[in-house]
Design a protein around this ligand. Structure first.
Ligand code: FAD
Length: 438
């Protein structure tokens, strides 16, 4: 197993005890593969809805090892690539349903943090999508107009002067303001929720990769030193899901990377403002996402994504992207030229071919899955956990009726075509960015 501390700044700050590896045979009602937000949230809601359920979580490494322990910690409402694309693909009603689902998701995270008193530096700061060129200014204004025409009323344009009252850079030309979103410490959130589900009676095995899934009378999961027999299994394996033969074509992984500076001092805040600590993004296809941590470091991620070939999942560190991010930091905040970058990391996100999330059941409902949360899964995965629990318990709710539950997911082609297809999409998005950056 790898050293979890190297996987992100957030994890490097934690002193974690490992749960035991699974040994021997374990019987349970529901087995969940994957100890990220999706898996832990599903376990939480299963126990909440039916405390008699015997629920087991099997995590290959350590709870929070995946994207849940590494992300940038924006809890926000974006579903899929953009609202316009969701409308184009699924229709106007569904695009609005998705927006309501995401609103519920953001509020759910806030409620869980409050209810279980999870110490995860939660700050409901709101969020700016900033224009860094004239072309992006036009793009954002169009997006706002579109969102409002659909009935979304909690988004508005703020001029360059209005933005400068909050956060200052010569390269910010105004932006879209969304007050109902948050920033948090992602690893503290997942480790806090791990404690919650353990108190509820969920058993967690760490260091326990599921190597095989056999679908006999009961589902049998084989691990290096044991097996689990379960009535139902939830694959909460996110960007690793293509490694499971049963779901190989539903999603593909893409890697996004982050740099983190030393803590900013009062002299830095005098230059840039940012006292209200809002989450920030720009409007590129390959967005930059940036925020402050609780100890006032500046986190900057994005700029590009890297695509692995075949089963390779070893793209956590990429010197080229880290270098580009340092250059981008100079562009975004030229006033902070003296800030040192102290941490660098990356991780995989799950992408469906049509860039929209999908939940569902296969094998007559005995296997359930969630894929395609891309870089917007912090809030979404928590509500998806509730929806997956409802599906397992065969409840019919407004969530299980959502259009992206049991939808047809266009299959990714096999390699080498998958790599070629993802590289082509990446190339097109980067090309458009180069045109609009100027
Ligand atoms: C660098 C980065 C920045 C991001 N920033 C944001 C952000 O600011 N806001 C936002 O909303 N989203 C963001 N995301 C996306 C978000 O983190 C994810 O959508 C979310 O964490 C997915 O949670 P999950 O539980 O589905 O997957 P994961 O957290 O990836 O969990 C999957 C787990 O499954 C385990 N696993 C895989 N295979 C097996 C197996 N065979 N057996 C046992 N266990 C297995 C893995 O070890 C892993 O722990 C970011 C992602 C990254 C990588």
């Amino acid at each position: 197993m790898e050293d979890y501390r190297e996987k992100s700044f957030w994890l490097s700050q934690m002193d974690l005890e490992w749960e035991a590896e699974l040994e021997g045979t374990v019987n349970c009602d529901v087995a969940i593969i994957g100890g990220g937000y999706t898996g832990i949230s599903t376990a939480h809601f299963l126990k909440k809805m039916d405390p008699s359920m015997d629920v087991v979580v099997l995590e290959r490494d350590l709870v929070g090892y995946g994207a849940s322990g590494r992300n940038a910690g924006f809890s926000m409402k974006l579903f899929g690539f953009s609202m316009a694309m969701t409308k184009m693909r699924f229709g106007a009603d569904n695009a609005m349903q998705a927006h309501h689902y995401m609103t519920e998701a953001v509020h759910l995270v806030q409620e869980m943090v409050d209810e279980y008193d999870i110490d995860c530096d939660y700050e409901h700061t709101g969020f700016f999508r900033l224009a860094t060129s004239e072309a992006y200014e036009r793009r954002i204004k169009k997006e706002i107009e579109f969102a409002r025409s659909m009935g979304v009323d909690d988004i508005e344009w703020k001029s360059a002067d209005e933005v400068a009252e909050e956060v200052r850079s010569p390269n910010f030309r105004g932006g879209a303001w969304e007050p109902d979103s948050a920033i948090l410490n992602p690893a503290k959130l997942i480790r806090g929720m791990k404690e919650v589900v353990e108190e509820q009676g969920v058993t967690i095995y760490e260091g326990t990769p599921v190597e095989e899934i056999d679908k006999g009378d009961r589902v049998r999961l084989t691990t290096p030193k044991g097996e689990v027999l379960a009535d139902r299994v939830v694959l909460a394996t996110n960007a690793y899901t293509h490694l499971m033969p049963v779901l190989r074509t539903k999603q593909a992984p893409a890697f996004t990377h982050i740099i983190l500076t030393e803590p900013l001092g009062e002299e830095h805040f005098e230059k840039i403002g940012w006292k209200r600590r809002q989450g920030l993004e720009d409007a590129r296809n390959m967005i930059h996402y940036f925020r402050l941590t609780a100890d006032n470091r500046l986190l900057l991620g994005g700029s590009d994504v890297k695509i692995p070939f075949g089963n390779n999942m070893d793209l956590d560190r990429d010197g080229e992207v880290f270098e580009r991010l340092e250059e981008d930091l100079q562009f975004l905040f030229p006033q902070l030229a003296d800030l040192k970058v102290e941490h660098r990391w990356g991780g995989p996100v799950s992408v469906t071919l049509d860039m929209a999330p999908a939940l569902g059941e296969v094998e007559g409902g005995r296997l359930l899955y969630s894929v395609g949360c891309t870089g917007h899964g912090v809030s979404l995965t928590h509500l998806n956990g509730k929806t997956l629990a409802e599906l397992v318990l065969e409840k019919e709710t407004e969530r299980t009726e959502m259009f992206f539950v049991n939808r047809w997911v266009p299959p990714w082609p096999p390699e080498p075509l998958r790599f070629a297809a993802t590289q082509a999409v990446r190339g097109a998005l980067r090309f458009q960015d180069r045109l609009t950056d100027a």
